[in-house]
Design a protein around this ligand. Structure first.
Ligand SMILES: [Cu+2]
Length: 275
């Protein structure tokens, strides 16, 4: 019974008002938007797609029920032989076309927003490996690997299957450009609260961007089936103030300094594969 009430109450609450930055039990809607891009996506879903699909579903259901009652066999001993009605045929072609055009306008606007990357304040390169993410901050010459933390090693409040050993840090209210690629098979770098998801393709660099509008820890997962441990290569992003970011960067430059990054990494990975 409690579960029933949970579902009912969730149905009446919008996704943006109750949910936080990681998946929740009984979650139905999106995660809380934390970037301008995700806010637009949630708006498009809540105020365009959902009303239109609901209206269409209710209307079609009404038509089916109406036809079932009005044209039931007991009331219509002799079936009607009508097979064409030009007016109705024109209407049921034109109205869906108009609905699609109305939906297309904000949809293309959204796609264009996502595709046009503003001048980046921070650039991060995310490389998918079987089965972890490698990150580089090319402008800072730092790079590190980010592995999932095992369940037995989790500290308090660290979510299972979403916590990593080395998190990425980004400053709040800054444009972050993410370059995404892979070193072995297809992966995908996805972060729901930023409205970001791009395939990581070996030999090709995809780009995306986000501007986080609030500080906190945000979780994502690899979203392209990439092998047996696909579920165990999460993404953790810490959005921090500019000062905290500068402090982290200072430490990271000591800890994660890259030398001649490309060759060392390739050799390291080849050795790893041989072992
Ligand atoms: Cu993957």
């Amino acid at each position: 019974m409690t579960n029933f009430f949970k579902i009912i109450s969730l149905l009446f609450l919008t996704s943006s008002s109750v949910l936080a930055d990681q998946p929740k039990n009984w979650q139905l809607g999106f995660q809380d938007p934390a970037s301008t891009g995700m806010e637009s996506i949630v708006w498009f879903h809540d105020y365009m797609l959902l009303p239109v699909t609901t209206a269409i579903t209710v209307f079609v259901l009404f038509l089916i029920l109406y036809a079932c009652v009005k044209f039931r066999a007991s009331k219509n001993k002799v079936a009607s032989t009508t097979s064409h009605n030009t007016t109705i045929e024109v209407l049921w072609t034109l109205i869906p076309c108009l609905i699609l055009i109305v939906l297309a306008v904000p949809s293309f606007k959204l796609l264009y927003e996502q595709d046009t990357i503003p001048k980046a304040d921070v650039t991060i390169k995310a490389v998918g490996y079987q089965w972890y993410w490698g990150y580089e901050y090319p402008d800072e010459n730092i790079g590190f690997d980010s592995y999932m933390v095992d369940e037995k090693d989790l500290k308090a409040n660290q979510p299972r299957l979403l916590t990593v050993d080395n998190e990425i840090y980004v400053p709040v209210n800054k444009v972050v450009k993410v370059l995404i690629t892979a070193n072995d098979v297809l992966h995908a770098w996805a972060l729901p609260s930023f409205g970001v998801k791009r395939d990581a393709i070996p030999g090709r660099i995809n780009e995306t961007w986000f501007k986080a509008e609030k500080t906190g820890t945000f979780y994502g997962q690899c979203s392209e089936l990439c092998g047996i441990k696909h579920a165990f290569m999460p993404i953790t992003v810490n959005v921090v103030s500019e000062d905290e970011y500068a402090t982290w960067l200072n430490d990271a430059k000591q800890k994660f300094a890259l030398e001649d990054n490309s060759n060392i990494k390739v050799v390291k990975n080849q050795i790893k594969k041989l072992n």
